[in-house]
Design a protein around this ligand. Sequence first.
Ligand SMILES: [Zn+2]
Length: 379
Amino acid sequence: MNRPEDFRRLEAKARPVTEIVALLKIPALRVNGTELTGPCPLCGGKDRFNINLRTHAFLCRKCGIAGGDNIALVEQVAQMGFREALTWLQGDAPAEIDPAEAARRRARAEAVERRQAEATDRYRRQAIGDARAIWQRSVPAPGTLIAAYLATRGITADLLPVLPPALRFLPDHPYVKKIGRELVTLHRGPCMIAAIAPAAAVREGRPTATVDAVHQTWIDPAPPHGKAAIRHGEGSYPAKMVRGSKKGGAIRLATPSGADTLVMGEGIETTLSALVAQAVPGAAYWAGVDLGNMGGAGRPGERMSANPDLADEAAFLPPPWVRRLIYVMDGDSNPKTTRATLERGLRRAMALRPGLTGQIVHAGAGLDLNDVLTGKDGE
Ligand SMILES: [Zn+2]
């Protein structure tokens, strides 16, 4: 019986997309919220392909197969014309994914991936080169605006008479941002440059003169020398920026010999506040640069949880001499996700450095950091 094509079309579109996926034998898709996600039936990969369970819209981010309904899915995956797809959906014709077309698409996707990996690697090496050049150009912190800047953050010269060698200074440093496709210098001026030591040196706990990244804080040239206000057009931009590869690195502000405790805050100022409070005498004080670095990746499938992916080689890991790792949690971040992230980093450290104990303390919420670190807050 040949029913009108309009009717067959509506019928085909109304079927659950999971049925069509089964008919097409598309493997390894899993439900991810309102979508099916997994390898592309044509070009492979991991999670590049998805189908919206409600609208049936589908897309491969790599080879570009895309469409809005069940018929289009059959057309594209099985390489059929519209009529053929409709007929096939009625179940009276065999179909399979054309192996030659799949091979072509896989090869093309692999070539694209290789090019992207090469570009990423080139970009990374360029960024590290830039970071090293900035570090080499910078001058020692004493006698520069850095003392005045830190004083605006409560870290006065009385409290910190000797500035850490990990901090240096550039009097006229450009603030360059990619806007659209162009690099634009939005600002230039005095800048605090902090050395982010490379991951390997950090993990092994060895000193090094080289950096893989720098953390830059532009300072207002006008008194009292707080953070610079950086504006461009309608937008305002953060006064802090990292250049280079920060993964697994740390800003090692103080590392007294014989230390077995490491206190780590996210930012330089938080960590220096902990340092000048000297609540854990003899401890080392390092800044972790950002929460993502301190927490590292979560276990596959539970990225945001407190369970670490122990295979994440890019995350911060304390050196073997650390027996006690204290993460300082800033008061200004989302408490729940921040805590899970920090917890994850501590669990990684405890798993990979047997005998190490981990602890989270709050820097904010009106608590005096010194009280917190001496254990008076009952955390
Ligand atoms: Zn594809």
